[in-house]
Design a protein around this ligand. Structure first.
Ligand SMILES: *[C@@H]1O[C@H](CO)[C@@H](O)[C@H](O)[C@H]1NC(C)=O
Ligand SMILES: *[C@@H]1O[C@H](CO)[C@@H](O)[C@H](O)[C@H]1NC(C)=O
Ligand SMILES: *[C@@H]1O[C@H](CO)[C@@H](O)[C@H](O)[C@H]1NC(C)=O
Length: 380
C-alpha cells in the first residue's frame, strides 16, 4: 500500500541521504572534470557534459520527497525567480471546480497580455517546478513579444504531486486552471498548452479531456460561448513521459540509458508513486485512463491547431516518444486546413528535456532555438 505524504516530508533516513548526495555532488563534479580529456562528449560542450553528469547523479540518487524538501514548493521557486528579475510575484488563486480545493496559477508577464502559455511542469509527477523551467519561458515570452509586438504571459500551474494525492487530482487541477484562463477573456487560439515529461503526459490528458471527458470525477471544461474558435492555438509536448511501466527501453539499449539524465532508477521511482497510489479495486477508472492508450483521433478537428513534439535522440524514453509522435503526425496529416500541423523535433544526442538545461549554462542548440520559435509562431 502506497503512503501519501505531505509535500516535502522526509524521514530521518531520507534526510541523511539528502546530505550524502549534497556531499557526493562535488565528488562527481571533480571526477567528471578529471575525466573530460578521455571521454566522448557526444558533441556536447564541456560545460554541458559536466552539467549532465552532475544532474544525472542527483536525479538518480534522490527520491521525490527529498527533492521536494530540497527545492520547496513551486511557489517558492517561482518567488525566488521573479525576485531575481526584480518583479512582483503575480499569484492567482483559482477556485476548484465542484468543491475541489483551489489551485494556484503563478504568472510571469504583464496582466494586459492577450496571448497565454499555460505550462504544466514535469518531474515524474513527484518533483516540483525547477529553477531551469523559468528562464526558458522568459525567453519564449521575450521572443514572441519581439516578433508580434503583442504581450505574452505565462501561467504555471502549481498542481498537487502524485506523492501527495493520487490521480486524477492532477487532471482536475489542470482542467480548472485552463477553464479559468479561457474565461478570463483570452481567445483559445491565443493559448498554448505546454508540458515537459510528466507535464507533457498531463498536457495530453488535458487535450483528451477537452475532446471527450471520460472521468466521472473530473468536470468537463466549459468554453465561453463568445469565442470565435474553440480550438486551442497549440500544444507543446516536450519529452513526453508515456511509458510509465518502462515497457520500451530505447532501441539503443544501455548506451542511451547511460547518457540520459532521467535514469531508469528515477523513472521507476516516479512510476511507483504515480501508479502505486492507485488501488486496482477502487481507482479502476483512473487507472484505466492513465494506462490506456488514448487515441489522438479527433484532436486536430476539435481541440488544437498545432502540435509540437520534442524528444532527445539519446533519452531513455525516445522510443515511446517517437511512437507517440507518429500517431500524432498521422492525425494531423489528414488535414488540408491552413495552419494545422504537427511538428516533431528529435535532437541528435539530446537528453530528456534537453533544451531546458541549455538555459542553465547559457547555451542554445539549434533545436532549442526552433522550440522557442515554434511557440512564437503559434501566436499570430
Ligand atoms: C553525436 O555523438 C556522436 C558520437 O559521439 C558524434 O560523432 C556526433 O558528432 C554527435 N552529433 C552531434 C550532432 O553532436
Ligand atoms: C467573453 O465574455 C466575457 C464575459 O462577458 C468577457 O469577459 C470576455 O472578454 C469575452 N471574451 C472574448 C474572447 O471576447
Ligand atoms: C500517460 O502515461 C501512461 C502510462 O504509460 C500512458 O499509458 C498514457 O497514455 C499517458 N497518458 C495519456 C493521457 O496519454
Amino acid at each position: 500500500m502506497y503512503t501519501f505524504r505531505k509535500f516535502g516530508q522526509v524521514t530521518w533516513r531520507e534526510t541523511l541521504g539528502l546530505y550524502s548526495v549534497l556531499l557526493g555532488s562535488p565528488v562527481v563534479l571533480f571526477s567528471t572534470l578529471l575525466s573530460l580529456p578521455f571521454v566522448s562528449r557526444n558533441g556536447k560542450s564541456r560545460k554541458r557534459y559536466v552539467l549532465d553528469m552532475v544532474l544525472r547523479f542527483i536525479c538518480d540518487s534522490l527520491g521525490g520527497h527529498q527533492m521536494q524538501y530540497f527545492t520547496g514548493k513551486d511557489e517558492v521557486t517561482y518567488r525566488g525567480y521573479v525576485k531575481k528579475l526584480k518583479q512582483k510575484p503575480d499569484i492567482e488563486l483559482v477556485a476548484g471546480v465542484d468543491g475541489a480545493p483551489d489551485v494556484k496559477l503563478l504568472w510571469i508577464g504583464k496582466k494586459e497580455a492577450k496571448k497565454v502559455v499555460y505550462f504544466l511542469h514535469g518531474g515524474g509527477f513527484v518533483l516540483p517546478l525547477m529553477d531551469f523551467h523559468l528562464p526558458f519561458w522568459s525567453e519564449v515570452m521575450q521572443q514572441a513579444e519581439k516578433k508580434h509586438g503583442g504581450l505574452v504571459r505565462v501561467a504555471i500551474l502549481e498542481y498537487t504531486l502524485a506523492t501527495v494525492a493520487p490521480f486524477p487530482t492532477q487532471l482536475r487541477e489542470a482542467s480548472a486552471g485552463l477553464q479559468h484562463i479561457l474565461h478570463s477573456g483570452i481567445d483559445p487560439s491565443q493559448i498554448v498548452v505546454a508540458g515537459d515529461s510528466a507535464g507533457a503526459n498531463l498536457t495530453y490528458q488535458l487535450l483528451q479531456h477537452i475532446l471527450q471527458p471520460r472521468l466521472s470525477t473530473v468536470a468537463p471544461i466549459v468554453v465561453p460561448s463568445n469565442v470565435t474558435s474553440t480550438k486551442l492555438g497549440g500544444a507543446f509536448l516536450a519529452s513526453p513521459w508515456f511509458d510509465l511501466l518502462a515497457e520500451k527501453p530505447s532501441i539503443y539499449g544501455a548506451v542511451q540509458a547511460k547518457a540520459d539524465i532521467a535514469t531508469d532508477g528515477f523513472l521507476n521511482h516516479c512510476a511507483e508513486a504515480t501508479l502505486g497510489g492507485l488501488s486496482p479495486e477502487i481507482d479502476v477508472e483512473a487507472r484505466k485512463w492513465l494506462l490506456g492508450k488514448l487515441s489522438p483521433v479527433g484532436l486536430r478537428e476539435k481541440v488544437v491547431n498545432r502540435v509540437l513534439v520534442f524528444g532527445g535522440g539519446q533519452e531513455r524514453l525516445i522510443d515511446s516518444i517517437l511512437e507517440f509522435a507518429e500517431t500524432m503526425k498521422t492525425e494531423f496529416q489528414a488535414s488540408g486546413a491552413k495552419g494545422e500541423r504537427c511538428e516533431v523535433i528529435v535532437q541528435p544526442n539530446g537528453t530528456h528535456d534537453d533544451f531546458l538545461y541549455d538555459f542553465l549554462i547559457g547555451e542554445r542548440s539549434e533545436e532549442t532555438k526552433r522550440v522557442v520559435e515554434w511557440v512564437t509562431e503559434v501566436f499570430n
